[in-house]
Design a protein around this ligand. Structure first.
Ligand SMILES: Cc1cc2nc3c(=O)[nH]c(=O)nc-3n(C[C@H](O)[C@H](O)[C@H](O)COP(=O)(O)OP(=O)(O)OC[C@H]3O[C@@H](n4cnc5c(N)ncnc54)[C@H](O)[C@@H]3O)c2cc1C
Length: 477
C-alpha cells in the first residue's frame, strides 16, 4: 500500500476546537507545506448520546456556519458533513486516495473514545497516518501532577499558533466535493431561551465586554444567581466548544489586568481559567469517572431511586423555591453560575439521596457549556464522594437569603411565588395559606440534611474510601 507523500493532502479534522485562530491544526499544515482538506463531522452517535441535546446541536451548527464563512474569505472550504466518522473517512479514501489526518487530542466521553479506537484500527489498516496534537495545557496519560503547573503556564504564556490560512492551499477533488455536499450538515433548529449563539466573533465580544467593563463586578456577583448572569464572563460555552482558545482568554486577561486599577477581580478570573484545565486533566487521567465514583469506596452508597423525586428536581418542582428557580432558569437559558450548580447537585444527591449519575445525565443536557472534563469531576466533588474534598451540604433556604436576598431571582422564575416577598418567599410552606399552585416541599430540609450528614460522615472511616483517597491525591493533586 502506498504511503502518503508530500503530494497527498492533510485532513484538518476539527472536533471540539471550532476556531480558525490559535489553531494547532493550521500551524501543522503550514509547517508541512501540503494542501489541506478542512473537515468537521457532526456524528449522530455522539450528538444523540445521553449527554447532548438540541441546544448543543444548534451552538455547533452556528459555530460551523461562521467558520465556513471565515474560511471562504481566505479562499478555503470547510467541509462540514453529518455522518459517522468512519463512513466519512472511507468516502474520502475512495474519492482522493491517500491522505493524512491531523486532529487535537479529545478530552471526551466514552462514545468518542470508542470511535477513536475504531478509527485508529481502520487508519492503520489503510496506511493512513493520524497525528493527534496536544489539547491546550492538558497532557495525555499523565499519572502524577508533578510539573503540571509549570507546563500549563509555559503553554498559556507562549506565542499563539500561526493560523494564517493564506499560507496553505486547499486540496480540490470533485468526487469528494460532491459527496460532502450531499452529506452536508443540516441546519439545526433554534432553541427557545438560549441567548448565547455559537462563533468566534461572539466569543470575543463576550470577552471584550467582560474585560473592559463587567469584570469590575465579578467578585461581588459570582455567587448570586441573578447578578452572575452579567457579572461573570459567560465565556464558558465558547471555551467548551473551542470557539476561542483558553490561551487567547488567558493572554487577553493578562494584558487587560496590566491597565487595571483594581486587580483582585482579574486574579480571581485568572485562577478559574487554571481550574478549568486542572479539572479537565483529572478527567483526562481517569476518564472512568464518567461511569464510576472516582473514589471506588463510595460505590457502596445506596440511593433512593425515587423516580418521582428525580423528575420533580429535573423540572424545578421540588417545592424549595431557590432549587426550582435555578433549575427552571437553567432548563430555559442553558446557564447557571457555579454556586447554584453546586447547590443543585447537593440538593439531589444529599437532600434527596439520589445518585450523582442522575444529576450528571440531566445537567449535561442543560448546560450549554457542557464540558465532560469539568462536568464529571465537579459533579462527583459536589456530591461529596471523592474522599479528598470538604463535604458541603448546601441549605437552599440559607443560600437564597444570602444570594437572592430580595427574592428577585425566585420571583422571576417561579411565577407561583411572584406575589410573595422576602423572607416569606424563601419558605412558603411556613405560611398559614401557602400559594395553592406551588408544590409542597419534597423533603423536610432539616431532616434530610441530618440524614445526609450521617450517611456521608459515616463513610469517612471506611477503609476503601481512605485508601482510594490516598490514590486520588497521588494522581490528581
Ligand atoms: C456541578 C457542576 C458542573 C459544572 N459543569 C461545567 C461544564 O460542563 N462546563 C463548564 O465550562 N463548566 C462547568 N462547571 C464550572 C462552572 O460552573 C462554569 O465554568 C461557570 O459557571 C461558567 O460561567 P462563566 O464562563 O461565566 O464563568 P467565569 O466565572 O467567568 O469563569 C471563567 C472560566 O473559568 C472556568 N471555570 C470557572 N469556574 C470553574 C470551576 N469551578 N471549575 C472549572 N472551571 C471553572 C470556566 O471555563 C469559565 O468559563 C460546573 C460546575 C459545577 C458545580
Amino acid at each position: 500500500m502506498e504511503t502518503p507523500t508530500f503530494r497527498h493532502p492533510i485532513v484538518l479534522w476539527f472536533k471540539r476546537d471550532l476556531r480558525l485562530f490559535d489553531q494547532p491544526l493550521i500551524e501543522f499544515a503550514i509547517t508541512q507545506g501540503r494542501p489541506v482538506i478542512m473537515l468537521y463531522i457532526f456524528e449522530p452517535s455522539v450528538f444523540n448520546s445521553e449527554h447532548y441535546s438540541a441546544r448543543h446541536h444548534r451552538f455547533v451548527w452556528e459555530s460551523i456556519e461562521e467558520m465556513k464563512r471565515m474560511a471562504y474569505l481566505k479562499n478555503h472550504v470547510l467541509y462540514a458533513v453529518e455522518s459517522e466518522a468512519l463512513d466519512v473517512f472511507a468516502a474520502l479514501k475512495k474519492a482522493v486516495g491517500n491522505y493524512e489526518v491531523v486532529s487535537v487530542q479529545e478530552v471526551g466521553l466514552e462514545v468518542t473514545y470508542k470511535r477513536d479506537r475504531q478509527l485508529k484500527e481502520w487508519f492503520h489498516a489503510q496506511n493512513i497516518p493520524w497525528k493527534e496534537m496536544k489539547y491546550s495545557g492538558i497532557r495525555r496519560g499523565l499519572q502524577s501532577r508533578k510539573g503540571f503547573n509549570e507546563y500549563w503556564y509555559s503553554y498559556m504564556e507562549a506565542q499563539q499558533h500561526d493560523s494564517d490560512l493564506e499560507k496553505i492551499h486547499r486540496f480540490e477533488n470533485a468526487q469528494w466535493n460532491d459527496w460532502a455536499i450531499e452529506n452536508e450538515i443540516k441546519e439545526k433548529p433554534l432553541v427557545e431561551g438560549i441567548t448565547q449563539k455559537g462563533g468566534t466573533l461572539l466569543a470575543f465580544k463576550y470577552l471584550n465586554s467582560f474585560l473592559n467593563e463587567r469584570i469590575y463586578s465579578y467578585a461581588r456577583s459570582i455567587s448570586k444567581p441573578e447578578e452572575s448572569r452579567a457579572g461573570c464572563s459567560r465565556i464558558s460555552p465558547y471555551l467548551s466548544w473551542g470557539n476561542i482558545s483558553l490561551r487567547q482568554v488567558y493572554q487577553a486577561q493578562y494584558w487587560a489586568s496590566k491597565e487595571a486599577k483594581n486587580r483582585r477581580n482579574f486574579s480571581q478570573f485568572a485562577s478559574r481559567l487554571r481550574w478549568r484545565e486542572h479539572f479537565m486533566q483529572k478527567f483526562e487521567s481517569e476518564c472512568e469517572m464518567e461511569f464510576v465514583s472516582v473514589n471506588r469506596g463510595y460505590s457502596a452508597l445506596e440511593y433512593e431511586g425515587n423516580q418521582e423525586n428525580i423528575k420533580r428536581w429535573r423540572e424545578g418542582n421540588t417545592g424549595i423555591p431557590l432549587v426550582d428557580a435555578c433549575m427552571r432558569a437553567l432548563n430555559y437559558t442553558g446557564y447557571l453560575n457555579f454556586r447554584m450548580r453546586a447547590m443543585l447537585v447537593s440538593f439531589i444527591t444529599h437532600h434527596l439521596n439520589e445518585s450523582w449519575e442522575a444529576a450528571a445525565a440531566h445537567l449535561s443536557k442543560q448546560f450549554l457549556d457542557f464540558e465532560p472534563g469539568i462536568h464529571f469531576p465537579q459533579i462527583q466533588m459536589q456530591a461529596g464522594i471523592t474522599g479528598t474534598n470538604t463535604i458541603r451540604i448546601y441549605n437552599p433556604t440559607k443560600q437564597a437569603e444570602e444570594h437572592d436576598s430580595e427574592g428577585k431571582f425566585i420571583k422571576k422564575w417561579v411565577s407561583e411565588l411572584a406575589e410573595l416577598n422576602a423572607p416569606e418567599i424563601f419558605e412558603p410552606w411556613k405560611l398559614e395559606h401557602p400559594p395553592e399552585n406551588y408544590p409542597k416541599p419534597v423533603v423536610d430540609l432539616k431532616a434530610s440534611h441530618k440524614a445526609a450528614r450521617e450517611r456521608l460522615w459515616g463513610m469517612k472511616g471506611n477503609k476503601e474510601v481512605r485508601l482510594e483517597a490516598q490514590r486520588i491525591l497521588k494522581i490528581h493533586t
